[in-house]
Design a protein around this ligand. Structure first.
Ligand code: AMP
Length: 392
């Protein structure tokens, strides 16, 4: 069966088509600037990438072009071959603890949860509705970034605010990147050869989160009600004293949306270094001796170490630490800093093995108390697996 993994943003549509259950990628691509001047798309087929400029009014038009490409490249002979379409949805609240088949009630719930993910959930709904029109016979599913974290115990997902804030307004920790944490945890268990494991998974990309996973189930994660919690990120501050918000509103006369913008778009690597939100630029700055870049990286690494230490205690030990996503897979400096920062619990890096980008491998020394691995993430294949299972 052919299954399409889809990730819709407000002006973008990323896709990857699989032959399932073989998990073979048949074609992939990305539509960008949908509804904006200068729209274009890229398609990757048989290792070759093509870029085409074309006016894209809306997501439905993007899906229609996608169909034409599937036919032109002979990925399918007719649309009936596409058995399932899995849509990534950022926020599933506490309604969804697994992937589900789309129906009107599911769409209504995703819409209701838009208050918690105002940029992402409405875009996913646009994508789902467009796909339903263009692929009426395929099973449509929704795969939630939050679902994997629904197994957290309440002492980990509740904030110490008045309890009715949780009951009335659903204020609690939801986490994010769940599909990625789940994928690398499954892979880590395969590497370790067993399922009863204690894992700490570090998804560190532009957005970044860490999870504590026991026997395949998430027991804690660093992102919160929104993604701006926990780690220092490209341009997000992560954990701060919450009262800083009201203090700055008072001192600087910021509005709520202004302070939110500062914390989400102007903080993290960018805010501290003043140079960039991209870890490659920070590393170039460090090479050039830029003090602020050195400080930004030190703070960034320290926060990761703090969380790993905390989850190590919570899990009662740890069988493997996993690095994934853009920074985790590619930044030798961040990984090395984190492993060195954990020396007190016996973690030891293998600097030579760590000298690698984007490949699955063990990067800790043979006598490290905890083995540390790079496992490149693959959220798309997780979407395809769940969708295939439901479409059968
Ligand atoms: P992601 O959000 O997972 O796509 O990760 C994006 C981030 O990964 C970028 O902002 C970079 O900071 C980081 N990144 C990607 N490639 C490299 C690299 N070769 N070296 C260091 N950092 C990288």
């Amino acid at each position: 069966m052919k299954v399409l993994s889809v990730n819709c943003g407000s002006s973008s549509l990323k896709f990857q088509m699989y032959e399932m259950p073989e998990e073979k990628v048949l074609i992939s691509g990305n539509f960008e600037r949908i509804g904006i001047e200068g729209s274009f798309y890229t398609v990757k087929f048989n290792g070759e990438k093509a870029k085409k400029e074309v006016a894209l009014e809306n997501h439905k038009e993007a899906f229609q072009i996608l169909i034409q490409e599937l036919l032109d490249y002979k990925v399918v002979e007719n649309l009936e071959e596409v058995g399932g379409i899995g849509h990534r949805v950022v926020q599933g609240g506490d309604y969804f603890d697994k992937t589900v088949v789309v129906d009107d009630e599911v769409i209504a719930k995703i819409e209701e949860l838009s208050t918690l993910a105002p940029l992402h959930n409405p875009a996913a709904i646009i994508g789902i509705k467009a796909a339903q029109e263009v692929f009426p016979n395929a099973t449509q599913t929704v795969v939630f970034d939050t679902a994997f974290h629904q197994t957290m115990p309440e002492e980990n997902y509740l904030y110490a605010l008045p309890y009715d804030f949780y009951e009335k307004y659903k204020v609690r920790r939801y986490g994010a990147h769940g599909t990625s944490h789940k994928y690398v945890a499954l892979r880590a268990n395969e590497i370790l050869g067993r399922e009863n494991t204690r894992l700490i998974t570090c998804h560190i990309g532009n957005g970044a989160s860490i999870s504590a996973i026991k026997d395949g189930k998430c027991i804690n994660t660093s992102m919160g009600l929104t993604p701006n919690a926990g780690l220092i990120m490209g341009s997000r501050c992560g954990d701060i004293d919450a009262t800083i918000v009201t203090y700055l509103i008072d001192k600087k006369g910021f509005s709520a949306s202004e302070i939110e913008k500062v914390m989400n778009k102007e903080s993290g690597f960018l805010g501290i270094s003043g140079v960039s939100s991209d870890s490659r630029d920070i590393e170039a700055g460090i090479e050039a001796g830029n003090e602020k870049c050195i400080l930004a990286q030190r703070m960034y690494v320290k926060r990761i170490v703090d969380y790993i230490a905390k989850y190590y205690m919570e899990l009662g030990g740890c069988d493997a630490i996993i690095f994934t996503a853009g920074v985790g897979e590619n930044s030798m400096g961040v990984r090395l800093g984190v492993m060195n920062g954990l020396a007190a619990i016996g973690v030891k890096a293998d600097p030579e093995a760590n000298n690698i980008r984007g490949e699955e491998r063990m990067v800790s020394a043979a006598d490290s108390s905890i083995p540390c691995y790079i496992i490149p993430t693959d959220e798309e294949v997780m979407i395809a697996r769940d969708t295939y299972a439901l479409a059968q």
